[in-house]
Structures are given as C-alpha cells and as structure tokens.
Design a binder for this molecule. Structure first.
Ligand code: GAL
Length: 755
C-alpha cells in the first residue's frame, strides 16, 4: 500500500489574511498559555489575582477532551499577554482592536484587566455592569471590539483576559483555536457572501452571483479581487478572473462565478488585495453531481426487511422510483394486510409472529419491477436504520405545523419517499415552554401543546395519509433541552397522548433529567428509558424509541436492554468539517453493538439549508465533505435523519439523498457497522460487510490535499469478489484485482462495493 500526496498546494482558509500569518505588530496570537479553574468566583475576574496554581488548558478543544468530562456549571479561563505600544501606531484606519476568542460552549462573560468587556460575543461599553449571565450559541465565534482609547486596554503593558464560562449540558469550554487580538483592518468590513449563496445548476454549468459589501460607514475600499478555480482531482485550472474593487462606504458589488459541470469539485479561491497592501482570501468549492438520473421504469428501493409487533397497526410504504402513474401489488401478503394498488402503501394489523416473504410488484408504462420483502412479526422494530427528517437542525424551536407538513409533502413531491425516506419527526419546541405562565398540562395530567401545533392528531393523520411515519420528541426530565415541558412524572400520560396522535417514533432526550438522577450509575442512566418504554408498550402502537443522552455510560452496551432501537453516541453535530468528521470517524468501539433493531446514532445529517432556526444558511460543509458525510453515515449503519429545509432542496443535495446504491449500504439487512481497516497518514479505509456476501468500502481522505491511494483488497480482508463498483456513480469499474488505485479529493471519499 502506498500513499502519495499530490503536489497540489491550495490556498489559505476563508477569512484569514495572508499578512496575518507572519509575525506582525498588527496581530498577537492568544491561543497558548491559558490557565483554568473549574469553579466560579467573581474574584477570578481581578487582574491582580494570583492564578499560579491554576492548571494549564488548551483552547482549541473543549474541556471534556482535557479530563473535565461531565463538567456542568461554571469554570474560568485566564491569560496574560503584552500589548506593545507600537501596535497602536500601526492603527492607520483608527478602528481599534478586535479580540477573537474562538468558540465557547455555551456562554461566556469576558473581563479585560478586571473590567467587564462583553458577553456571548457582544461588546459592552466601559463601566457597564454585566447583565444576567445567559448561555449563548455554542457554535459562535466570539469576537469583541474595542476602540484604541478604550480605558480597559493597557498599551505597552501586560494585560489580563478572564473568561467566565457556563455550560448547562454536554461538552463545554473554549474551543476552536485561533484566538488572537489584532488591529481592525479593511477585511473586517468586507461582507463576502460567497458562503451564503449556493451554486445553482444551469444547463451544463454551475453558477452563482453574490454580493461583496463594504460594511464600513466611513471607509472606502479599493483594490482587486482575483478569482481562480481549479479541479481538485485533475489539478486543472478551470477559470481565472480579475475584478476591480471600488466600493464607497456601504456600497456593494456583484461577484459572478460560472463553471462547467464536472466530475470533480473545483476549489475556488477569491483573493482580495487592497490598495494599502492588506490582503484577504476566501475559498469555496463547486458542487458536482455523481448520482445518475433515476430511470423512468419502476425500481423498488429501500429496506427489503421490515419488523413490526403482532396485533398492532401496520404501515409500510413500498419505495419505488420511476414514472407515475405506477401500480403496485403484493403476492403472499399475510392475512390482515392489504396493499393500496395506487400508492404502494401496505396497511392493516400485523399478523401473528412469524416471517412472511412477500413479493412486491411495481408497474408503469415503461416496465415492471419485482422484489422480495420480508415482514418479520415479532419483538423487534427498526430492522434497518430509520430514514427520515427531523426538524431540529433546520428549525430548532422555531418549528411549527406548517413546516412539518411542508416537509412531509416534499418527501412525496420530490420523490424522497420513493427512495425509502419514511419518518417525519418533530424535535423540541411543540410543548408549552417551562417559563410560560400558561398551564403545561390539563387537569388529568395530559400534556398541552403550544399554539404552533393546533392539532397533533390531525398532523399525525396528515403524515400517515402520505404513507409516512410520525415522530415526536420529549425529555424524561421536567424540561426539555430547549426549556419546554418534559415528561417527568407524566410518562404514561405522554405515552397515551402519543399513541392517540398516531406517533411512530419518540426521541427521548436526557437533558434536565440530570437534576433527577441520583448519580451516573448505569442503573440510573437506564431508569428513565425503562419507564418510558414500559409506558409506550402499554399502548397499541409500534413506537420506535430513540435514546438521546449523548453516549453516557457507553449507552450502546445497554440501549437494547431498555427497549431502545437507536441511541445517540455523541454530543450535538453541527455543519462543520471538524464536527462531522470528528463524530463520524470516532464511531469505532461501538461498532460491535450495531445490528438489526439496535443502532448507534452519531446524530442527524447536516446537509442542505440548516441553521437551528429561525434563520437558515447553506451547510458549511463543502461538497466533498458532504459526500463523505453521507458515505460514512451509510457505512456506519447510522440512522439517516435529514436536518434541512426540504422546500429548498437543490439538485446537489437531492443527489446526495437519492442514490439508491449508496442508501442500500445503509439499509442492508445484515445490519453491520463498518470499521476502519486501514489508517495510513490522512487516509482511512472503512469496510462494511453486506448481506449478499459483498462489502462496501469507503476510502476517505481526511487531509487538506488531494491524495493518491492504492488499496490492497487482500490486506483489507474483503471476501473474494468478482467485481468492483463505484457506488456514487453506480458504475462497474472492472473486475476485482488485488489492488486498486484511486485519487481522492481533500476531505473526500471514494465509495466502492466489492461483490
Ligand atoms: C439536544 C439534542 C438535539 C436536540 C435538542 C433539542 O440535547 O442533542 O438533537 O434534540 O436537544 O433541544
């Protein structure tokens, strides 16, 4: 096996000035030398405090990764640094200083030389009393601004920054790295909207037009903008362009990028050189579609095995792509079940225990498709990982009935149902808020719903009428993570309500149960889930139970024993490479526990327009990172819950979630979870055994440069196969030789099947 890094050198990351990389009087790094105290005391803000006994801490990774697991509450970080007088003389723009503290999970109050400076990224005027300390967005870069004559700054002397951090749950602390203090420059007034504007597919091209805006109200900007695009696999320069920048304060100019559609992503770099020599650079990647168009003749997709409990209402929709109208039939359907010939929805009451082999036929004017479906009536649900949509990663607590219904309709209209997508799940935010003066429950203890969801039973019916399944969210504690009413001491009431609304899936999120649990023993961790499973089982529905407690107590070792079908293994995901790859590539020790009906859940998908509501943005994952995300989640047999606004699905995102050969890896009936077989430099090769005797092989490049890699299938331990297939392109790439050479783009993947 050999690993060769191509001599392709790519430019710096978005937003970083080239000049800032050299030591300069304009910028002082603050990413080293911090000390830490995991307690809370207002005196920790004092400049004169002796912090000599505090322990050193890194500020590029959260405190959990540095031996402070489960630190819930407050902690302080402190750092001393010199601010040279000469820096002030360099301040030509007279715009003062910018203090960047990276990301802080979840809330921060910052003090400079003992004086309050700001909170959660908002700078306050000198001599302001700190407001009530609240958590802020855990994923926001904290940036504070100070005028050069701000009395809190000590020019030519040692300065002290003290940061008070609060973390109510999950991981905590300063993280993200790159902390610094610097002079405000022209680039700080550039609003370069490339990232906020996705490419659109137009004929044979991908195009985007976005604005570059001068956000200063007094400084003009002039210089040049150079745009260069280069293929990430071919290394070929695709386009080059230069534009003059001449922007009055507040003015904007359009920037156009137009590229031919290709079989690879192109890296686009936008370099700005201002007249005074200051430079800054942004980068972007063009999307490319690999999934071939869906054939017009019928094709039956999705899981070929389905589990349900005897005597309960049954709902399974045949996922079939191809031109409509299409008619469906099923031979040897057990008594009690019928198939709707127009929609392919199978309903009825689940028959007595047993395995029923059914033949499904789908027909249209272009042809006919026949496939086996195994219905297993027994104790197990979710025999393949649940596939659906969840409201959290897009709408957060701004979710409402209209948005949920729009998602369900889009599952049908955009053909997602035809590829096996089934669940429509409401996450947090449908209950009455804990802080609201309104009653949270009726006099019988039944949970009340907030006015964004006028009628849950009606919503359940609307979702079922589309052949889809309905999911909901709660917490075993008094409050959910978003501060809404939880199920504590009303578990049976809630389970009964869910059953009466037609709920098929419950995500049950630990959160405020922390205050109820006596300790973190396995028995205490299990308890609330056992209580809810019991309550759910008293009803007459199959309700999949999703444990959300971020992997505490190695939940994968006991999630099945409390009646869960899936369990979150990590803290929350966000739409960055660090978050997605950090979570995805660390799903290793839990692999042996994945099997039909028991799934490790590395959290929901972060593709498309996301934002945790109400404002959304296109995912910050680059196109190749998104191919990696989907490939890895499929290899991991992870539940696939789309977290984006389905009304804004672009052709690239649609290509990611409608590739039946890729999805088949996820829905494979054997239910194994891939494991990493090779880790060599930045290359990782993950292999998943499949029920047909074949193997899915993902070759990932975690590095920042394009890489060539030769896989030796013998070393991989992949069973002898006859051919090699590229799953994204749905193309055979020849008979299997012992070795296969491939080129992988930065953060990209090649997904193969050996059969
Ligand atoms: C978090 C959970 C998220 C989401 C959120 C709702 O604890 O991990 O996925 O459900 O709560 O408040």
């Amino acid at each position: 096996m050999t690993l060769k890094i191509l001599p392709l050198v790519f430019l710096a990351v978005a937003g970083i000035t080239l000049s800032a990389q050299k030591p300069s009087l304009r910028q002082i790094p603050l990413d080293q030398g911090w000390v830490f105290n995991p307690s809370d005391n207002p005196a920790f803000a004092d400049a004169g405090l002796n912090d000599g006994t505090w322990r050193p801490i890194k500020v590029n990774v959260n405190w959990d990764e540095q031996g402070q697991e489960e630190l819930i509450g407050y902690a302080w970080y402190r750092l001393r640094f010199m601010l040279p007088k000469g820096m002030r003389d360099e301040d030509k723009l007279k715009e003062g200083l910018l203090l960047a503290l990276g990301k802080i999970d979840d809330g921060d109050q910052v003090f400079l030389n003992g004086e309050f400076l700001g909170q959660n990224g908002r700078t306050f005027a000198p001599e302001t009393e700190p407001p009530e300390f609240k958590t802020g967005p855990w994923d926001l870069e904290r940036v504070y601004r100070l005028a050069a004559d701000d009395p809190r700054i000590k020019w030519g002397q040692e300065n002290l920054i003290a940061v008070r951090v609060v973390n109510p749950n999950g991981a905590g602390g300063m993280y993200g790295g790159g902390q610094h203090i610097r002079l405000v420059g022209l680039k700080d007034f550039v609003d370069f909207q490339a990232d906020m504007t996705p490419f659109t597919f137009y004929g044979n091209e991908v195009v985007k037009t976005f604005d570059m805006i001068n956000r200063s109200d007094k400084i003009a900007m002039s210089g040049t903008l150079s745009i260069e695009a280069k293929g990430l696999i071919s290394g070929k320069k695709v386009t080059q362009n230069r534009k003059t920048i001449d922007l009055a304060p507040g003015e904007k100019m359009p920037v156009n990028v137009r590229l031919g559609q290709r079989d690879e992503a192109c890296e686009i770099s936008y370099q700005i050189v201002f007249k005074d020599g200051e430079t800054c650079e942004y980068r972007d990647e063009s999307p490319y579609i690999l999934t071939p168009p869906v054939p017009s003749s019928p094709r039956i997709n999705g899981a070929a095995v389905f589990g349900a409990k005897p005597d309960k209402p049954f709902l399974y929709t045949v996922a079939a792509s191809g031109d409509r109208p299409m008619t469906f039939s099923a031979s040897e359907l057990p008594d009690g079940l019928t198939i709707d010939a127009q929609t392919g929805v199978i309903t009825g009451i689940t028959p007595v225990r047993g395995t029923y082999k059914v033949k499904i036929t789908a027909k249209n004017i272009r042809g006919i498709a026949v496939r086996d479906l195994e219905i297993i009536s027994g104790d197990r649900l979710a025999l393949t990982p649940p596939m659906g949509w969840n409201s959290w990663n897009c709408w957060g607590t701004a979710v409402d009935e209209e948005k949920v219904v729009a998602s369900a309709k889009n599952f049908v209209e955009k053909g997602l149902r035809d590829h096996g997508w089934a669940y429509i799940n409401i996450d947090d935010g449908w209950q009455i808020a804990g802080r609201s003066p309104d009653p949270k429950r009726d006099s019988d203890g039944n949970i009340l719903i907030n006015n964004k969801f006028p009628d849950m039973a009606r919503l359940g019916r609307r979702i079922h009428d589309l052949g889809l399944k309905f999911g909901i969210y709660s917490s075993p504690g008094p409050l959910t993570c978003g501060g809404y009413t939880g199920s504590y001491q009303h578990e049976q009431n809630d389970a009964d309500s869910y059953a009466s609304w037609g709920v098929d899936f419950l995500k049950y999120d630990w959160c405020s149960y922390r205050r109820i649990a006596n300790d973190t023993s396995i028995a205490e961790l299990k308890k609330p889930y056992e209580v809810m499973r019991d309550a759910l089982d008293k009803g007459d529905r199959d309700i999949v139970l999703s444990l959300c407690q971020y992997g505490m107590g190695n939940v994968w070792e006991w999630g099945e024993s409390v009646g869960g079908q899936l369990w979150r293994t990590t803290h929350d995901i966000t739409d960055t490479w660090e978050s997605m790859s950090g979570i995805g590539f660390s799903q290793v020790s839990n692999a042996p526990y994945a099997k039909p009906g028991s799934w490790n859940d590395p959290d929901m998908l972060v593709i498309g327009w996301v934002g945790w509501g109400p404002n959304l943005h296109p995912t910050r994952l680059r196109p190749d990172e998104q191919y990696t995300h989907i490939s890895l989640w499929c290899l991991l047999s992870a539940p696939l819950l789309i977290g984006c606004d389905l009304t804004r699905l672009d052709p690239f995102t649609l290509n990611l979630i409608t590739n039946d050969e890729v999805l088949a890896v996820n829905q494979d009936a054997l239910g194994k979870q891939a494991t990493p077989k090779i880790k060599e430099g930045q290359i990782q090769v993950w292999v998943k055994e499949l029920h047909d005797g074949g193997s899915a092989v993902g070759i990932f490049n975690l590095g920042d440069e394009t890489a060539d890699f030769e896989v030796n299938f013998e070393t991989l331990g992949v069973k002898d196969g006859k051919k090699l297939r590229d799953l994204w392109r749905q193309k055979d790439i020849g008979p299997l030789n012992k070795k296969h050479s491939t080129r992988i783009s930065p953060h990209g993947v090649v997904l193969l099947k050996v059969i």
